[in-house]
Design a protein around this ligand. Structure first.
Ligand SMILES: NC(=O)c1ccc[n+]([C@@H]2O[C@H](COP(=O)([O-])OP(=O)(O)OC[C@H]3O[C@@H](n4cnc5c(N)ncnc54)[C@H](O)[C@@H]3O)[C@@H](O)[C@H]2O)c1
Length: 416
């Protein structure tokens, strides 16, 4: 039985990890400690676990008393690195939520700690386990498009999902590196993994023109807002019992409001982003992310020496009624082929559960290299970190400026 501690007992910590350990993996995993700076929230999560779990607000005390095999880090992004480094230095393996961290210094600090201690950090890129991306990876690995030359990837967040990032801690660059790090780490990881190449240089533009100061009316938070009745963006879930218990009932501890106004003037992350990325092995990628689209979805095309692959996922129109996804292949002789893939239920198309099984049971083969470590965690955030720097400094930024590729050349085996 492996002993785990949870660091950060918010939505992801409970719904993805603590509940899974307690309910579906309790024959192989035991939750031995819960730590959060908000004691009430940690106690609420503890009350949902069917056995007693010690609750802490002090990480060092928890690690000293519990001595776990593995720490699961699901705090606010800006605090990931401090817990990851401390855990590794204590000789404890780490499962870290995405993004691994949010700036170059802390990325280097994590890589140093891993190297120093020979411990393992797993970064939980659940999107790799989504059936559609898994099938695309299988096809690309078979060489259906040949050598990849170009990727065009656009991601749309609608005004329910997208707006949510402007209500909470994600709204400040200092907490998560903005959506280019916090959210796009998923997307950059998918591309890096699909095409098997490493990013080299990024040029980016970013704007905040929909949320934040762009709004006409604002208040501190939805539940006391005089405009709530007429606002399209009012937070809808305040009365959902677990949301109330996890956030509203715990406000007295730290003033964390779940429903802050999406038009607050303090918001400094971008809602509209556009990137040009050059890969070390030669591919070029154009990428865009908007957080105010009329519908959720993404569209990708991957062009190579032998042909082109196209795929997309939308929650609107004909695709929403279709029970299959379709991957289209175009060859150089005018031939096309479509692969139909049945849509699966479950969080991220069942991807979260497959990842959990890999994490806790470890009984699935990994022929596609879906299990991600610190190199994958780094490469995906570094595109976003470089993009933020590019936007600030109005110039192309190389990944090498942020983290030296030599560290992977020298200690290759540690990250394989
Ligand atoms: N892979 C995915 O699909 C996915 C989905 C959601 C969230 N996440 C990740 O999970 C993490 C948590 O997100 P969430 O939605 O649960 O947020 P949340 O706000 O619900 O939870 C964050 C928790 O961290 C706690 N916290 C804040 N500062 C802390 C500190 N210094 N030390 C310890 N705890 C601290 C907060 O009190 C809160 O309980 C984020 O890194 C996010 O990127 C990943």
């Amino acid at each position: 039985m492996k002993e785990y501690v949870l660091v950060g007992s918010g939505g992801r910590g409970y719904w993805m990890y603590a509940s899974a350990i307690a309910e579906r993996y309790n024959d192989v995993a035991h939750l031995a400690g819960i730590m959060d700076v908000n004691r009430k929230r940690a106690e609420y999560v503890e009350s949902l676990i069917p056995y007693e779990v010690p609750v802490y607000t002090d990480f060092d005390k928890m690690m000293e008393e519990v001595r776990p095999d593995c720490a699961i880090v699901t705090t606010v992004d800006r605090f990931h690195s401090q817990y990851v480094v401390k855990a590794l230095d204590l000789g404890v393996d780490v499962i870290c939520e995405k993004p691994m961290t949010m700036d170059a210094d802390s990325c280097n600090a994590i890589l140093d700690a891993e190297e120093r201690n020979g411990r393992r950090i797993t970064v939980t890129f659940n999107c790799r386990y989504m059936p559609l991306f898994t099938r695309m990876k299988e096809l690309l690995a078979q060489g259906v498009v040949g050598e990849v030359l170009n990727v065009h990837f656009e991601w749309m967040l609608d005004t329910v999902h997208g707006a949510d990032y402007f209500r909470r801690w994600h709204r400040k660059l200092e907490n998560c590196g903005g959506l280019l790090v916090h959210k796009s780490t998923h997307h950059f990881d998918i591309v890096n993994w699909l095409i098997g190449q490493e990013p080299a240089e990024v040029f980016a533009n970013g704007a905040l023109r929909f949320y934040g100061a762009a709004g006409e009316k604002r208040s501190e938070r939805c539940c006391t807002c005089p405009h709530a009745g007429e606002c399209e963006y009012v937070y809808q879930d305040s009365q959902v019992p677990w949301v109330k218990a996890m956030y509203y009932d715990c406000e007295s501890e730290d003033g964390y409001y779940r429903d802050r106004c999406v038009f607050a003037e303090e918001i400094d992350i971008y809602d509209t982003m556009s990137l040009a990325v050059k890969y070390r092995q030669g591919a070029l990628m154009s990428y865009s992310l908007v957080a105010h689209a009329p519908y959720e979805g993404w569209k990708i095309s991957i062009s190579g020496t032998k042909g082109r692959m196209e795929a997309c996922e939308f929650d609107t129109g004909t695709q929403a009624c279709d029970d299959c996804f379709h991957i289209k292949l175009f060859d150089r002789k005018g031939g096309t082929m479509t692969y139909d893939l049945k849509k699966e239920t479950g969080s991220h198309g069942g991807g979260d559960e497959r990842l959990l099984r890999m994490l806790f049971r470890g009984d699935l083969a990994d022929p596609l290299g879906q299990f991600a470590g610190s190199k994958d965690g780094s490469m995906s955030i570094l595109i976003g970190i470089a993009a933020n720097k590019s936007i600030r400094e109005h110039r192309p930024v190389t990944i090498e400026e942020l983290v030296s590729f030599d560290r992977w050349k020298e200690r290759k085996e540690a990250w394989e």
